[in-house]
Write a protein that binds this ligand. Structure first.
Ligand code: ADP
Ligand code: GLC
Length: 482
């Protein structure tokens, strides 16, 4: 099959979260499986162009209503694999960050979408499936059914919209309408919403994509209910037969403690001695004292409301005092949460280190060096860090929601089954219970060893998850023939 990916992130070039990991690893799987897969991304000024050879292949303007943007397309092939097309348009992408709250944010990603289709047309690349990720690519299904309908390149193209996070919807004031170039088919925009003065890109994708998927089976159910539906649950329910949940996979080439290039010491389930040395290395490099039997809790996260860290105040303060464990936190985001972690570090200088920033090698070092990994997310479409943690023998402590509920099973000391600690209710009592249960189990080395082994034996590779996408693509293509 010919598959065109359109997305706003891809590791290692441009990353703020898990979307980047998925948009790197899923195409790599599809390429290995024999498909012709190509990815289109913005060439942000943050992209490290020294990571590959970039060749200019096309140049064209993209018109968005009255605005004209000159775009140059660069191609690169990572590791001799599939092509990645970068849209170079400094007027839109030289902003110092991937996302902005500036007045032209909608145009930054409309340009990406029109450029992606233009690339396919100019190269004569006829996609069987255009795989659109999140709101930044979610007008493509509607464009394919309208403006691009008569372009023979897209004659058999079907669209799949993958929702990585329903809470980011790309909702803009209705005044941006002309910039979408879709004025002639404005009746296809959600009319009530337009009357209320808004245009919602993700909703348009949910309405017009041939298929809709999200990144775990539980989240696929949750978003069809009011609590997690972000106001779009009714539309998802209406299309429930087309909404599928496919769990993200892990690129074990990048995330495996037996060959992780960011680790000082490697280890595997049969010889865990390297993990203890990674723990010592992590703590000393962060300026914390190392004590072999003091457990270390890890956090690597965007610091936003979704991730549930509000519960840390007061629970984490109280438990650090009571139990004397250590906590290593890597993340950045909302000022209130950054301040809370800074306070934790100030109050517990020998127990807590907060690294405020984005640092990939430290993320790997924490996965390896911590004993436990905490993800108290309010909601979590899939979550990748708990999957990495399992492979690194770092026991996840999670709120039982979305992909966390699908991938972490509660430890049962009687049967010896389970891979972590999952609390049901997102409240202080829940988090306190889960952390204290983990700390108590840590004191029983035989149980702890079994728990680590259970986690390390889990397999969430893309070889399994990628096949599920192939099935969905196949179904979309077959339905398109009728
Ligand atoms: P989300 O996409 O919602 O942020 P995921 O768990 O799916 O959550 O993915 C997060 C990804 O981003 C992981 O690969 C994680 O290691 C990485 N990450 C998050 N914050 C940081 C950070 N501050 N530094 C380095 N990597 C980070
Ligand atoms: C989103 C979600 C996260 C998911 C990632 C990749 O950022 O918040 O749960 O793992 O996308 O699909």
């Amino acid at each position: 099959m010919n598959v065109l990916f359109v997305a706003s992130e891809m590791a290692p070039f441009a990353k703020t979260g898990g979307l980047a990991d998925v948009v790197a690893a899923l195409p790599a799987y599809l390429h290995r499986a024999g498909h012709d897969v190509r990815v289109v991304l913005p060439l942000y000024d943050k992209v490290d162009t020294s990571k590959a050879t970039f060749t200019a292949i096309l140049e064209f303007p993209v018109d968005l209503g009255a605005h004209r943007y000159g775009c140059k397309i660069f191609r690169t092939d990572v590791g001799g694999g599939f092509p990645i097309y970068f849209v170079h348009c400094p007027a839109l992408y030289a902003r110092g960050s991937l996302y902005t709250s500036e007045g032209d944010e909608h145009r930054r990603f409309l340009c990406l979408q029109f450029a992606a289709l233009m690339i396919a047309t100019k190269l004569g690349f006829s996609p069987d499936v255009v795989h659109c990720h999140d709101w930044q690519a979610s007008l493509i299904p509607m464009i394919l059914k309208t403006l691009a309908k008569s372009d023979p390149v897209f004659a058999r193209s079907r669209s799949l919209l993958t929702i990585h996070n329903l809470m980011y919807q790309g909702s803009f004031p209705v005044g941006i309408g002309p910039d979408t170039n879709l004025g002639s088919v404005a009746h296809l925009f959600h009319q009530d919403l337009m009357r209320a003065g808004r245009v919602n890109f993700l909703l348009q994708g949910i309405l017009y994509a041939d298929g809709v998927s999200t990144v775990s089976p539980t989240y696929a159910k949750e978003i069809q209910g009011e609590k997690y539906g972000g106001g779009l649950d009714g539309y998802l329910r209406a299309r429930s037969t087309t909404v599928v949940g496919i769990l993200n996979g892990v690129d074990y080439g990048e995330w495996s403690p037996d060959h992780d290039k960011h680790l000082a010491h490697h280890y595997n389930p049969f010889d865990l001695s390297g993990k203890e040395r990674d723990k010592e290395h992590l703590l000393t490099s962060l300026g914390l004292p190392y004590h072999p039997n003091v457990p270390v809790l890890g956090v690597v996260s965007r610091l936003v409301g979704q991730k549930g860290f509000k519960l840390f105040d007061p629970v984490m303060f109280e438990l650090l005092r009571k139990h004397g464990f250590q906590l290593v936190v890597l993340g950045s985001g909302e000022p209130g949460l950054e301040a809370m972690f800074a306070t934790l570090q100030r109050q517990f200088p020998r127990q807590v280190c907060f690294y405020n920033g984005f640092k990939n090698d430290l993320a790997h070092m924490i996965e390896a060096g911590a004993d436990m990994f905490v993800m108290p997310s309010v909601y979590e479409p899939c979550g990748l860090n708990q999957l990495y943690s399992l492979r690194y023998g770092t026991v996840p402590i999670v709120h039982k929601t979305g992909g966390l509920a699908d991938t972490v099973t509660q430890w049962n000391p009687r049967s010896g089954d389970g891979t972590g600690f999952a609390f049901e209710h997102h409240d202080e009592a829940g988090l306190r219970w889960a952390i204290e249960a983990a700390l108590a189990t840590y004191k029983q080395p035989k149980h702890w060893h079994r728990l680590m082994q259970n986690g390390m034996a889990q397999d969430f590779s893309w070889d399994a998850q990628g096949k599920l996408y192939e099935l969905v693509y196949g179904r979309l293509v077959a339905a398109g023939r009728h």
